[in-house]
Structures are given as C-alpha cells and as structure tokens.
Design a binder for this molecule. Structure first.
Ligand SMILES: Nc1ncnc2c1ncn2[C@@H]1O[C@H](COP(=O)(O)OP(=O)(O)OP(=O)(O)O)[C@@H](O)[C@H]1O
Length: 272
C-alpha cells in the first residue's frame, strides 16, 4: 500500500458538542483505491473520545473500508492505496515511523464474525499483552486476563474454565472474548465492524450494553447495518453513500432531521 499526503490538509467543519469528549481521530480528505477502483472520495470525519460514532449506509458504500483506514488494516491489501491525512491525538498514523502493530494496540478492532484464536480462553486474552511485553509476571498476566474479561462482561461465565478452547464458547460469548482480547492492551479506540451481525437478539443486546459501558473509557467507532442499533448505541452517526461521507451529526439529528435527502431516504428505509 502506498500513502500520499495532501498538500494542504483542509479543516473539517464539523462542530461537535463538548459532551462527546476530546477529539481523538481526525480524518481529512481521505481517498482510497482498490487497484483502479476508487472506494472512498474526500472523506472528512472527526471521531471523539468517550462516545460511540456509528458508520451507516448501504452495502458497498465504503463503511468498512473507511473503518479499516483508522488502524491501517488496509495495509495488508496490496492493491489498496490511501491518500489523505488521518491523525490520532494529532499524530499522523500513516507517518513512516509509525509501526502498524503498535498502532493497532492503540486502535483495536473487533470483526463481524467472532474469530477467537484456536487457543484457550486465557491465551486468547493473554496473546496481545504478551506480544507487547506488557506483563512481567504470571500474576500480572492473570490480572490483565481477569480485568479484560470482566470489562467484556464474560468473566463470570468463564472464570472456572479459562483453559477451555475459546472456539467452544457460544457466538455471543466468542464475540465478547474477542472484545476482551482487543481491550487487553488498553486501546484508546475500538473499531467494531458489524460486531453483532452474526449474533442472536439476546447476544446482540448484551454486546450493546457492553458498548455503552466501554465508551466511558474508550472512543468507539462502529459499522452497523442496523439503524436501530445505531440509534441505540451511538451519540454520533455518519452516513456514507457511494464512497462519500454524505453527512455526520448527532445521532438523533441524523434520524429525525437529516440535512441531505439521501440520508433521509436511507434512514426511512427508501433504499439500502
Ligand atoms: N479487498 C478489496 N478488494 C477490492 N475491492 C474491495 C475490497 N474490499 C472492499 N472492496 C470494494 O470497496 C467498496 C466498499 O466496500 P466496503 O466493504 O468498504 O463497503 P461497506 O459499506 O462496508 O459494505 P457492506 O455493508 O456490504 O459491508 C465496494 O465496492 C467493495 O466491493
């Protein structure tokens, strides 16, 4: 993947209420191509801490592609080229000196399909802290594993079987295990790409409650196909269409009084 910087990054004109917390990520003029095909066009978006930003829009509009720009997961796609400027706490995440592995410890990700490693529950959570050398002793690691599982709302269900395979858990438990794995290295941002699409309504409700709790200490960006979910879990919503960010605003405004007709049509179910 190659990355080019725009000559003069433009300011975005999003005004965000102070209640959303500090500006965490600022994406300016992001354009992205898969080979010859352009998938993102001049996307400008600010993401704030201690809040949830939902990315919505019809299938193929670029939501997941944009989300993957935020922790450089697109780097692994050879044909992918990103142009633009993305800053985390003011630092350019595409700068040559930035190590993508370190970046992904700060900006964790949870995927659509729960994907625990074929290892024990304990080892799933311990993997990243070990990779990053965060724990000097077994006792410290035990504490990180327990704390992460508590924060992910899974501890009570698994504390007596930490050596059992993570893949043996139910789908909803596996997804919470993946969340525990992602938060085990204390990320500042958590990216969630349709985290509930493979789950039943009860497991979905559990994850949504968890998202609400996690946002107290985390900046969360979530891609969702469910407008009900976006309305339930997010404070801000960004509507994408054909690779463009059409509008972003507080969630209630997007759902009740959007400024663009395309947003109106999408949130009222006229297309998508
Ligand atoms: N690895 C890839 N190689 C080539 N094209 C891709 C790749 N990933 C995505 N695309 C294309 O980029 C565009 C945006 O895809 P993306 O998955 O980001 O959309 P999306 O809004 O998340 O869609 P969905 O809601 O269906 O998941 C689509 O046209 C898709 O076909």
């Amino acid at each position: 993947m190659t990355v080019e910087q725009p000559a003069e990054p433009k300011e975005t004109d999003d005004a965000a209420p102070a209640a959303l917390g500090e500006l965490k990520i600022k994406a300016t003029d992001v354009n992205l191509w898969y080979g010859e095909k352009q998938a993102l066009f001049d996307v400008n978006l600010e993401v704030f801490g201690q809040s949830v930003t939902a990315l919505i829009g019809p299938s193929g509009c670029g939501k997941s592609t944009f989300l993957r720009c935020l922790n450089r997961m697109n780097d692994v796609i050879d044909i992918c080229k990103v142009k633009g400027d993305i800053r985390l706490d003011g630092e350019d995440i595409y700068a040559p000196e930035v190590d993508p592995v370190q970046l992904r410890a700060r900006v964790g990700m949870v995927f659509q399909k729960p994907n625990p490693f074929p290892k024990s529950i304990y080892e799933n959570v311990a993997y990243a802290p070990r990779l990053h050398g965060l724990c000097a002793t077994k006792a410290q690691m035990d504490e990180v594993v327990e704390t992460s599982l508590i924060k992910a709302g899974l501890w009570e269900e698994v504390k007596d079987r930490l050596d059992a395979p993570g893949t043996g858990l139910s789908g909803g438990q596996q997804q919470r295990l993946c969340i525990a794995r992602a938060i085990s290295v204390n990320p500042e941002v958590l990216l969630m790409d349709e985290p509930c699409s493979a789950l039943d309504p009860i497991a979905t409700a559990t994850i949504e409650t968890l998202i609400d709790e996690l946002k107290e200490n985390l900046c969360i960006a979530i891609v969702t196909h469910s407008m009900q979910q976006a309305a339930r879990v997010s404070q801000r919503t960004a509507f994408f269409h054909l690779g463009k960010l059409v509008e972003v605003n507080d969630t209630s405004t997007i759902f009740t009084n959007p400024s663009d007709q395309r947003t109106q049509d999408y949130v009222t179910g006229r297309f998508g």
